[in-house]
Design a protein around this ligand. Structure first.
Ligand code: IFM
Length: 472
């Protein structure tokens, strides 16, 4: 840390938890829920999931939400961001599924009783399987189905929910599913990845437009806000960059950060990025009227998920083994400190650097840290004699150092309003399942998913209640 330590946060700064519907609810076939992309993959190939733990149980929060809200409250937290599951809220004809809706009404009411405000996100990588089969985000029919889903959610919960988000990490599906081929359906096609990214952008804008319309009509409460959440990472390169390295930074920043920041503040996409894509033969599937749709995409505020920085350099080759254009390749910074469990670099200053970039380039934009956390393989070796997971030595410094950089950014003018820790209660994490644990609260799979506070929970409670970022 630099000369001065910033260890207090504003009084009105909020602390909460971030989780998602598909990673917590479980009950994958209850309330008439349809199969989503994760159920589909789990059903097709359970071996792809760590220890063969598929999507089915989440972290059992669907059954235990009342207990979980109490835990969050006792930890001094005042909000929780989760997501509605499209596959639970609507039926296969795109109509409201009353049983699913009632589940979410009960969930919201129980949270309110514990003084937890639920921030509702509409999509967390969890498209209903039948819509994926119709073309997913590459299909305009699906983009419009999403807008209709969002409209239905606003109509159903418009008087209950204040904080809405259209998407969590909309860059992840284009990359994981269509570019790097890590997730079902395992595609390596740069053009299709950008088509998906474009489809999601239109879907976001259409949903935001529906939100504005319904708010003007009084269906959505007047104090409600809409936003988008993305995992932004400042792209860094070597200390003595060549022009080609800087070009790699520009395109990485353009696709990952500015694409979304421009969409939500200007209602358009960055032209320099679109132009460079076109020069390399990548053209977006633009139709007449799209410009007007994208213009609806401006939001009230933004969620900034931060885990790790991106470090890039000029690519060694113009195209990869699949014939896709390469704009950058990873740069291994010799000083990187790694979280070996996850393979992610730990670089708390990145949260400050990106905060200051937003403050400089998008000065009117309010935001909050919508995810931050550390996922570590917590074996029984980390359990003390009383059965408690001893995690304070790594979890506390990680969160503390990020919060200190956030405090400094705020002191220097950043419009950051709060902080949500990812996975306050351990939750299921896609094909990694329960490999890496993020929680301050353990979910013990050997003990019927029961919850147990970890060693670090006391630190979180103190910091969240006092807004003083304690050393330990
Ligand atoms: O589990 C994920 C979450 O769904 C999105 N952000 C990163 C988390 C940790 O990997």
């Amino acid at each position: 840390m630099s000369d001065k330590t910033y260890d207090t946060l504003p009084d009105d700064f909020f602390f909460g938890a971030a989780m998602s519907g598909p990673q917590t609810e479980g009950m994958w076939q209850a309330h008439g829920k349809l199969e989503n992309m994760w159920d589909l993959w789990s059903n097709e190939d359970i071996r792809a999931f760590h220890n063969r733990v598929g999507s089915y149980a989440g972290n059992d929060m669907g059954a235990r939400y009342a207990e979980d809200f109490k835990i969050l409250h006792e930890l001094g937290l005042s909000s929780l961001r989760t997501s509605l599951q499209w596959s639970r809220l609507l039926d296969a004809n795109g109509k409201l599924n009353r049983e699913g809706a009632d589940f979410y009404h009960r969930y919201l009411a129980a949270a309110k009783e514990e003084g937890i405000e639920v921030f509702v996100n509409l999509y967390h990588f969890d498209m209903p399987g039948y819509l994926f089969r119709r073309g997913g985000w590459e299909s305009r029919e699906v983009v419009e189905a999403y807008a209709q889903y969002a409209r239905t959610a606003f109509e159903e919960f418009g008087q209950e929910v204040v904080h809405w988000f259209t998407f969590n990490e909309p860059i992840v599906e284009p990359e994981q599913r269509y570019e790097h081929g890590n997730w079902y359906p395992f595609v390596h096609d740069y053009q299709r990845a950008r088509n998906v990214q474009y489809g999601i952008s239109l879907a976001h804008a259409l949903a935001t437009g529906a939100f504005r319309e319904l708010q003007a009509a009084g269906v959505v409460r007047p104090d409600a806000k809409i936003g988008l959440i993305n995992c932004f990472t400042p792209p860094y390169t070597r200390e003595d960059p060549t022009p080609a390295d800087l070009e790699a930074v520009r395109m990485t920043d353009g696709i990952h950060n500015r694409w979304w920041l421009d969409l939500v503040t200007k209602g358009s996409l960055p032209t320099d990025v679109i132009d460079t894509l076109a020069e390399r033969g990548i053209t977006l599937p633009v139709r007449a009227g799209d410009k007007e749709i994208l213009a609806l995409g401006k939001v009230d505020w933004l969620g900034f998920n931060y885990y790790q920085p991106t470090r890039v350099q000029a690519p060694a080759q113009d195209t990869d083994e699949f014939g896709n254009p390469c704009f950058a390749e990873p740069y291994a910074w010799p000083h990187a400190v790694m979280n070996e469990s996850r393979g992610w670099e730990i670089y708390p200053k990145g949260i400050y650097d990106f905060a200051m970039t937003m403050t400089r380039d998008y000065p009117d934009l309010e935001w909050f840290v919508s995810e931050n956390g550390i996922g570590i393989e917590e074996h029984n070796a980390t359990r003390d004699e009383d059965g408690c997971i001893e995690d304070a030595s790594y979890r506390v410094p990680f969160v503390r150092d990020h919060l200190r950089w956030v405090a400094r950014a705020i002191a220097e003018g950043a419009k950051c309003r709060g902080y949500h820790y990812w996975g306050v209660i351990d939750c299921w994490s896609w094909n990694n399942a329960y490999k890496n644990r993020y929680g301050f609260v353990e979910v013990n799979l050997q003990d019927n998913y029961n919850r147990h506070l970890k060693e670090s929970a006391d630190w979180l409670r103190r910091v969240a209640s006092s807004h003083v970022i304690a050393e330990k």
